[in-house]
Ligand binder design. Structure first.
Ligand SMILES: NC(=O)c1ccc[n+]([C@@H]2O[C@H](COP(=O)([O-])OP(=O)(O)OC[C@H]3O[C@@H](n4cnc5c(N)ncnc54)[C@H](O)[C@@H]3O)[C@@H](O)[C@H]2O)c1
Length: 448
């Protein structure tokens, strides 16, 4: 989808106006187009040169990412990775300033910053808790400073989780995370034994089967295309009026499709039968279907409340429970719920939608604990303003504000959510569970 303001801001007159009037200046974001994950060199640093620093070097090597620990004054870096796990006092936080300040001007456009910390709740001392929690403020602020389409994200490691860094570093350092910034992701140890990055880097989902609801268009269609690109066999589901579009997407990708409404009482059985008959079982379930029925609460109709909540979270919960009961989600599988920034920050006129989307977070985090012993992960993606049919119904002024009020000054594309799902579904990401990942260009509205 073209962004006319973005194009205008890049022509000579537009550039002049943007600069002199202090208008938003949306950079063109690099997105992954195949080939190596990172086109350039990554500079690494560490506060303590401990085991995590070694694990970072090993993960980058295994992901075939060019990296060095020695800064050269004249060089541009595509990524900066700093291991801050060993910082255990407030005063020690200065290690961040010492590493980043001299090199920030050398960060290339669409560059990547990744800070690695230890989970603050595991901190051995009060000083370590201060320092490790401090990394959040640091990373979120740096995300707002870097500009030029660059991002900054924080990865917290539980003790021992450094072994599972490869796919997460690969995602956050590559153009696949173009619209993901200011996020905090936790790697735990539950899925650590099975978290192995696949050898075939360009087809990490080979042999996997993925179900995507709401698959005929928008984010769901992009999920289908990206999961298929990565080697998965895809199953799309959508409502009867969109059957022709759904069929076209599924057939284009060599997948299958289910026509149905996820809220209908027979939906769980219908989906289970299709999976059993055509694929045996699934590995990846993406609960993407969603609608909005916006009204302030004083004017809200009960049926519009009920419908939005049931499509967003009621039906996904019923379908997931049925698939789990029937043993149709394989060990090592990945369940992804789609929430929204509205479910985190709240939004005028969206009490129904925000309740439902916050509910998705509650559901998935609780589910993550329940399915851990089956080696299944569950995570939530909270998109911000994405360029799809859904946002076309938002009044123009509000829409333009939503589009610009983030660190990238632009809306995200469906591919940005799809790439994030592909990272979570990668078998190498089995240590990532119970997380909420905002794909929102670091939206200024509320913490995300
Ligand atoms: N676009 C955004 O800015 C944005 C922001 C935050 C969250 N989201 C969420 O992302 C998801 C996808 O949104 P989108 O922008 O692609 O929307 P979209 O309207 O383009 O696509 C949604 C799809 O879900 C399907 N669907 C709706 N109700 C269904 C039902 N009962 N059964 C089966 N399928 C059903 C629709 O037919 C459609 O194909 C939704 O959950 C939405 O809430 C979108």
């Amino acid at each position: 989808m073209s962004d006319r303001y973005q194009d205008l801001a890049h022509n000579p007159i537009g550039k002049f106006l943007v600069k002199n009037l202090g208008l938003p200046n949306p950079p063109y974001l690099e997105r992954y187009e195949g080939g190596p994950l990172v086109s350039g060199t990554v500079l690494t640093g560490s506060a303590t040169q401990g085991p995590v620093a070694k694990a970072v070097t090993a993960a980058l090597k295994s992901a075939k990412i060019d990296a060095t620990g020695v800064r050269a004054d004249s060089k541009k870096y595509k990524g900066l990775v700093f291991d801050a796990t060993g910082i255990d006092s407030a005063a020690g936080l200065v290690a961040l300033q010492e590493f980043f300040t001299p090199v920030l001007r050398q960060l290339a456009s669409s560059g990547r910053v990744v800070v690695i910390g230890s989970a603050p709740e595991e901190a051995a001392s009060e000083g370590a808790a201060i320092a490790q929690r401090g990394l959040e403020g640091f990373t979120r602020s740096l995300g707002k400073e870097v500009g030029g389409g660059s991002t900054a994200n924080l990865v917290y490691l539980a003790k021992g989780a450094e072994k599972a860094l490869e796919t997460t570093l690969g995602f956050f350092l590559s153009p696949k995370s173009a619209y993901v910034s200011g996020q905090v992701v936790r790697l735990g140890t539950t899925g650590i034994t099975t978290a192995k990055a696949p050898k075939q880097q360009d087809k990490p989902l080979a042999g996997k089967v993925a179900l995507v609801t709401g698959a005929s268009r928008g984010l769901g269609e992009a999920d289908m295309r990206t999961l298929a690109r990565d080697g998965a066999t895809v199953i799309g589901l959508d409502v009867p009026p969109l059957e022709a579009d759904l069929k076209a997407v599924a057939e284009d990708l060599g997948g299958t499709y289910i026509v149905g409404d996820i809220t209908s009482p027979d939906a769980p059985a219908l989906i289970a039968d299709h999976i059993r008959t055509h694929h045996g079982a699934v590995d990846i379930v993406v609960h993407n279907a969603g609608i909005t029925r916006d009204k302030r609460l004083r004017n809200m109709k009960a049926e519009n409340w009920q419908l939005v909540v049931d499509i967003s979270v009621g039906a996904p919960q019923r379908i997931t429970d049925h698939l789990l009961e029937q043993g149709l989600i394989n060990e090592g599988g990945s369940i992804v719920g789609i929430a929204s920034i509205a479910g985190i920050a709240g939004n005028n006129g969206q009490t129904n939608y925000a309740s439902a989307k916050a509910g998705v977070i509650g559901w998935i985090q609780s589910l993550a604990d329940r399915v851990a012993d089956r080696g299944i992960t569950a995570n939530v993606i909270a998109p911000g303003f994405m360029e799809t049919e859904m946002v076309k119904t938002i009044p123009l002024g509000v829409r333009e504000a939503g589009r610009r009020m983030n660190s990238m000054s632009q809306g995200g594309l469906p591919i940005d959510v799809a790439e994030t799902i592909a990272w979570l579904a990668n078998p190498g990401s089995n240590a990532v569970s119970g997380n909420v990942v905002g794909v929102n260009g670091q939206m200024l509205l509320g913490a995300s």
